[in-house]
Design a binder for this molecule. Structure first.
Ligand code: NAP
Length: 232
């Protein structure tokens, strides 16, 4: 049976990806950083998925996660945090935390997972954002971190292709998850009007794109937008 790891799998896009991979027969390990209540709920909903607490920004936790998993076929690097603030109000520590989790976490997980993929090949799918492609106003730290994910994906695709490992990226637009739970009804309607398909995407729609990239054997180094036409 094929093995998959999905980071940030206790809710939202990561949860949908873990669920879909598990339904498709993968043995799935899902991670989270700190929210035990969400982890309990996810475990109850997906009893076939193993959930492990491991902060992707902490190398020791990442190292022990992947040494426990061992051989691996699919790695979904989804864990991420948002930061919405004007640049003059963004503390240096907050900028560094966003970079550490969103970009550093992708690097650390890829670094420690690759060993388990080299023998048989595999697929890595990173999760960036439309703002990593276009830049989001009042989201400079987040956009920078997600731009880094795209550059990292392309570089790693070149490095790992000779080992039979594909590396691709999904760049979601505005998706209906807890990350957007702070939006007021009016803010939501304004955003929906900006999206050509007229609505937020669902976590399941992003998971479909992740599975497609995880299983395609001749696509590598690509960024697949799942954004309802927000960025074309
Ligand atoms: P979400 O609902 O906030 O879920 C985030 C998940 O990541 C949770 O399981 C969370 O667990 C985990 N996580 C956060 N920090 C972590 C860390 N340091 N180490 C390990 N796990 C960590 O987010 P989402 O909306 O599903 O977004 C998932 C990904 O898609 C993110 O990378 C996000 O930037 C990207 N994205 C989202 C949207 C959107 O509109 N929602 C758009 C574009 C891109 P804990 O709660 O335990 O920390």
């Amino acid at each position: 049976m094929k093995r998959a790891v999905v980071t940030g799998a206790t809710r939202g896009i990561g949860f949908a990806a873990a669920k879909l991979l598990s339904e498709r027969g993968y043995i799935v390990t899902g991670t989270y950083a700190s929210n035990e209540e969400d982890a309990r709920r996810a475990k109850a909903q997906l009893p076939g998925v193993q959930f492990v607490r491991a902060d992707v920004s902490r190398e020791e936790e990442v190292r022990s996660l992947f040494s426990a998993v061992g051989r691996l076929d699919v790695l979904v690097l989804n864990a991420g945090i948002a930061l919405y603030a004007q640049v003059q109000d963004t503390a240096g520590e907050a900028f560094c935390r966003v970079m550490d989790v969103n970009a550093g976490g992708v690097f650390l997980c890829a670094k420690h997972a690759v060993k388990g993929m080299l023998a048989q090949g595999g697929a890595i799918v990173t999760v960036s954002s439309v703002w990593g492609e276009t830049g989001g106003s009042c989201e400079s730290a987040y956009s920078a971190s997600k731009g880094a994910v795209i550059a990292f994906t392309k570089a790693l695709a070149k490095e790992l292709a000779p080992s039979g490992i594909t590396v691709n990226c999904v760049a979601p637009g505005v998706i209906d998850t807890a990350m957007n739970g702070h939006l007021s009804g009016e803010e939501r309607r304004t955003l929906e009007e900006e999206i050509p398909l007229g609505r937020f995407g669902t976590a399941e729609e992003v998971a479909d794109a992740i599975l497609f990239l995880a299983e395609h054997r001749y696509i590598t180094g690509q960024v697949l937008g799942v954004n309802g036409g927000l960025h074309i």
